[in-house]
Every structure is written in C-alpha cells, then in structure tokens.
Design a protein around this ligand. Structure first.
Ligand code: F6P
Length: 357
C-alpha cells in the first residue's frame, strides 16, 4: 500500500495536470494498492488538512487540460516560519497532517518558492519528490521547466501578430512578456518572433541605446520596431540604485509597468508613435503545447519510478535531454538566470538584436 499526497503550489502553468497524470499512471500501473490525497490550493491544503481523495480515474483525460485540477496558491517561503493570521504554525501543521494521514510521501509541483518550502519539509523529515513547473524556466538544476515552452509559443504568437499591425502603421511596439526576475521567456519569444530589441532583467538597458537602434532601423528603411520587454526589465540607472532607493522610486511610480515608462521615453526622445501590448496571464493559460505534454509526462513517470523505489528528497529534471534526479538541497534557493555572456545572447546580438546595453 502506498499513500501519496500531491499538491501544486505557486503561479500555475501549462502541463501541471499532465505531470500529475504521469506520476499517477506510472505508479498505478505498477502497484494496485495506492491512495492519492490531493491537497487543494497548494501548501494551504496541506496546512489546513484540506484534501480530496483521488483515484486513477481522476487523472484520465487531463493530459491536455490547462491549469491544475488541485488549484494553486502562493504561500511565501519568507514567512513560512511565522504564524499565520490565525496563529497557526504552518510547518508544524503540514507535518501533523502528513503523519496523521500516514503518507509515504508528498509529490510537490512548483517553482522556486515552492522548492524552498519542499526542501524545508525534507529537512523536517518528510519524504518529498518534486517536479519543476514555471513559465519562467528559472529553476536551478534543470535545463527546462514544464510550462516554459507553452508560454514561449503564446508570447511568440503575440509578437508575431504585432508585427503585421506595427508594419501597417509604422509604429514602435513594446510587447511585455512575463518574468520579473529572469528573461528566459522574453529572450526565447523575442528571438522566435524576430523582435528587434530584447530587454531582460539580467541585462540592464540604456534608453539611448534603444533610441539608437530605432534610428538605425529607420535609416535602413524599416517602418517599425518591435521590442520584447520582460516585466522585470531594468535601466542601467535603476540597476545602480540601492534596494531602499529603488523602493522609494517605486512608491512614486505612476506607470502600470516598465514598458509604459520606456514607451514614454521613446515618444519623447525619438518622436515615434508607440504602443504597448501586455499578453499577461494568457501566457500561463490554456492547453500545454506538445513538447510540454511529453516533457511533463516523462518527468511524472520518472517521479513515479522514484516513489515506487522509495527514493525521496529529489527534484526530477532534465539535463542534456536526459531525465535526471537532483537532490532538493542543491535546487532550493538558487535561481537559474540568463547570463549576459551566455552563448544565446551573443548569437542574438550577432543577428542584430539589441539588448539595449
Ligand atoms: O512565476 C510565474 C509568473 O507568471 C511570472 O512570470 C510573473 O511575473 C508572475 O508569475 C505573476 O504572478 P501572479 O500570477 O501572482 O500575478
């Protein structure tokens, strides 16, 4: 008999259901006596003992379904040791529920914050196996997270569509792509859609370099310019500010996001007609792309294998196209960001893409 707890935590993404289906199918195909406890809305469900009993059938027909059948929420790691509003000790409550239900292990699907808490639960003695989800692709220890390729497809299509209207009207367009801390999504969608300028958090921009690129394009006879800008793009000037100074700037910030600030600066300095498009959460929504369906199924299947063998304390990821297991303590708390020296950045620059640096 295996008793397995499962939860999805943090911002959702495509292929969460495909990954859970992979775990459950691989286990139930090998072992008939399995109980699955689906904790609702992330760690919250584990803290408050809010779960639903699931069977193999519940995981049928969900390979292509977006979102998560368990629901999700954010439980910040920063405050995990602090009592909740109701005074509850969150870590103790999660442990108690785990032991009360006599679980053999927890399968946790999540991104960076989720992995910090998963590792904490491991340190506290719980058996944990995790799967890397996020459209940001910023989890250390895996070349890829599921959700990422689906989001690249959506952001790419958004920029593709902008191309034709930008051309018709001779405008500068900024498409704001998700990613506050890292620029993988913006970089990949920007390259895939032929953006002229790509701005990511890891490479601070100089507005004058952006203007230079627009002028260069105009001089060459291009009617329009497309910028793919990450939510977390930052100017060289702002990157030099201390945390305190930046916080102060943000208190008086009147733009909805950085893209609108850049748009105003381009209007003012280059006199162009500028528009901003924000695809926002559409990047996380809907059905996973075929790559993510296969990838999440493979991860799920390997996680199932670990659970059947009783091997815990790992994240299942991918390295050089091979599915691997990475010790959780190695993953937790590390961000996989785009290096300014990365080969892909150099290649993009050789193609004439400006990073505004
Ligand atoms: O971490 C995934 C992500 O989609 C980021 O790219 C984005 O910055 C953030 O979540 C948005 O968070 P929320 O869904 O809470 O608005």
């Amino acid at each position: 008999m295996k008793r397995i707890g499962m939860l999805t935590s943090g911002g959702d993404c495509q292929a969460l259901n495909a990954a859970m289906r992979g775990v459950v199918k691989s286990i139930t195909n090998a072992e008939k006596n399995v109980e699955i406890y689906g904790f609702l809305e992330g760690y919250k469900g584990l803290i408050y003992g809010n779960f639903t009993m699931l069977t193999g059938k519940d995981f049928s027909g969900i390979l292509t379904k977006g979102g998560t059948i368990l629901g999700s929420s954010r439980t910040p790691f920063k405050t995990i040791r602090e009592p909740g509003e109701d005074g509850i000790d969150k870590v103790e409550a999660m442990k108690q529920n785990y032991y009360k239900l006599k679980l053999d292990c927890l399968v946790i699907l999540g991104g960076n914050g989720t992995h910090k808490t998963a590792n904490l639960l491991r340190e506290e003695g719980l058996n944990v196996v995790t799967l890397p989800k996020t459209i940001d692709n910023d989890l250390w220890g895996t070349d890829m997270t599921f959700g990422f390729q689906s989001a690249v497809d959506i952001a790419t299509e958004a920029i593709d569509r902008i191309h034709t209207t930008a051309d018709s009207h001779g405008r500068v367009f900024i498409v704001e792509v998700m990613g506050h801390k890292v620029g993988w999504l913006t970089l990949n969608a920007g390259m895939a859609s032929g953006a002229d300028i790509i701005l990511i958090p890891e490479i601070p921009y100089d507005i004058d370099k952006i203007i230079e690129k627009i002028h260069e394009r105009t001089a060459r006879g291009s009617k329009f310019t497309i910028l793919a800008v990450a939510e977390g793009a930052i100017s060289k000037k702002d990157a030099k500010l201390t945390k305190k100074e930046l916080k102060k700037k943000m208190e008086n910030y009147t733009y909805p996001s950085v893209s609108y600030e850049i748009a105003d600066q381009i209007r003012e300095k280059a006199g162009c007609d500028v528009r901003v498009t924000v695809p926002g959460h559409t990047q996380r929504g809907g059905s996973p792309c075929p790559y993510d369906r296969v990838f999440a199924s493979r991860l799920g299947s390997e996680a199932g294998k670990l659970i059947l063998k009783g091997e815990y304390g790992f994240m299942v990821g991918i390295k050089n196209r091979e599915i691997i297991k990475v010790p959780l303590e190695e993953v937790a708390g590390k961000l996989k960001s785009v290096s300014a020296d990365a080969t892909i950045v150099k290649e993009a620059k050789m193609l004439g893409i400006s990073f505004g640096d």
